[in-house]
Design a protein around this ligand. Structure first.
Ligand code: PLP
Length: 402
């Protein structure tokens, strides 16, 4: 039905062999493959100083564990951007804490507005969750500085940005995304830049937080089934209220195999993202998030900064009929999506007593105009040209009708 889908899942012969090996090993729950995946991920993220990394069942589990490990609970407030997947906010709601929805900066920079975070910090704020929307880190270093001053934790929702770096700080150093805040959360859901089907990773540089995360992942138990199987432990104690947020060997094996191609795939995504921007920059009224910093990003990438574009977001001209544009692209065989419907308008969140959503002017303006175009590593340059031409034609048509 689609000529060009929104995203694409590539499973290689190596991926399948790795999964087959895990199945043949006769040990399916967390074991040596999980440990190898965690080590490889931590070393990929920061070869010079690998953080603690724990593989978990999903990105949502990672976010929930981050909140719990930081002691977030009833009476606390956590600031989240209003332009994100529902899991970011729900992780806060699970704990009994209050979600304070913050605005994004602009159409050019739809990441958490530092000015709005400053306005919304109170003495009840326990954490701010930064989302690297579309794979772009926004002002994460500035946010970290602000939150350090306020004594507030930064949690990175890095679901869109596995193994990438911040822009250089004041002394020219880049920092791996996910290891800048107290905890970083990755997702390996099947449409993300790398996949384990379902899966995620929590990352931290704090050994005490890492220990908490380890307990939270598996019932607060002091010994794992594997350790008992190997005769390393006989009994166990339960020292915290934990969950079953474990990954398994099948998915860890797939993750390890996928990780080996992530860097090449992220580079290809970067080329395709840049190509879209070159082809669409002059379309009247169309805005392209992160356009004004693209040249700088690409220059920094040449100097070793890793980029990780995840989705190709556009902001349609003011007053444009998005459904008509999506329909025209669908007729051309091109699948599109919207990232994201505004969080504070969902039935659950709109009337929730623990969701506070005020002063979200930028999101109110942007959200009806957002349109996501196909982006995946196996797209061809011609595919990008086909999508760009189809969008240009659809917009011209909608202006004629307009
Ligand atoms: C995918 C995603 C999540 C949730 O990850 P799952 O692995 O699907 O649970 C959280 N935040 C953002 C921004 C995401 O895109």
């Amino acid at each position: 039905m689609w000529k060009i889908t929104l995203s694409d899942l590539v499973l290689t012969a190596e991926d399948k062999a790795a999964v087959q090996d895990a199945l043949d090993s006769n040990w399916l729950t967390m074991g040596s493959r999980t440990t190898a995946f965690e080590q490889a991920f931590a070393e990929a993220l920061d070869p010079a100083d690998p953080p603690h990394a724990l593989a978990v069942g999903s990105g949502t589990a990672a976010l929930h564990m981050a909140m719990l490990a930081l002691g977030v609970g009833p009476g606390d407030e956590v600031i989240v951007p209003g332009l994100t997947f529902v899991a970011t906010a729900n992780a806060v709601l699970y704990t009994g804490a209050t979600v304070v929805v913050a605005d994004v900066t602009s159409a050019d920079d739809p990441t958490l507005s530092i000015a709005d975070v400053e306005r919304k910090l109170t003495d009840r704020t326990a954490a701010v969750i930064a989302v690297h929307y579309g794979g772009h880190p926004g002002h994460i270093l500035e946010l970290r500085r602000l939150c350090d001053q306020a004594g507030v934790h930064v949690v990175e929702d890095a679901a869109h940005s596995p193994v990438a770096d911040s822009p250089p700080d004041g002394s020219g150093h880049i920092h791996p995304l996910g290891a800048i805040g107290t905890v970083g959360c990755m997702s390996f859901f099947s449409n993300k830049n790398m996949t384990t089907a379902e899966g995620g990773m929590v990352v931290t540089r704090d050994p005490e937080v890492a220990e908490q995360l380890r307990l939270l992942r598996s019932h607060g138990m002091t010994a794992l089934t594997l350790e008992r199987h190997r005769g390393h432990a006989h009994g166990y104690d339960c020292v915290a209220l934990g969950w079953n947020y474990r990954i398994d060997e099948i998915r860890a094996a797939l993750g390890l195999s996928q990780l080996s191609r992530l860097d090449a795939n992220n580079r290809r995504r970067t080329e395709l993202f840049a190509r879209y921007h070159r082809l669409l920059a002059d379309v009247p009224g169309l805005e392209l998030p992160f356009h004004s910093r693209l040249d700088e990003d690409l220059t920094q990438a040449d100097q070793g900064r890793r980029l990780s574009p995840h989705i190709m977001v556009t902001v349609l001209p003011q007053g444009c009929d998005r459904a008509a544009v999506q329909g025209a692209l669908k007729d051309a065989g091109i699948q599109t999506s919207v990232h994201y419907p505004p969080l504070h308008r969902f039935t659950l969140h709109a009337d929730h007593p623990r969701v506070r959503a005020e002063g979200l002017e930028v999101i109110e303006n942007l959200s009806p105009r957002l349109l996501t175009l196909p982006l995946y590593a196996t797209m061809t340059d011609e595919d990008v040209a086909t999508v760009a031409d189809a969008l240009r034609a659809a917009l011209a048509q909608s202006f004629e009708r307009g």
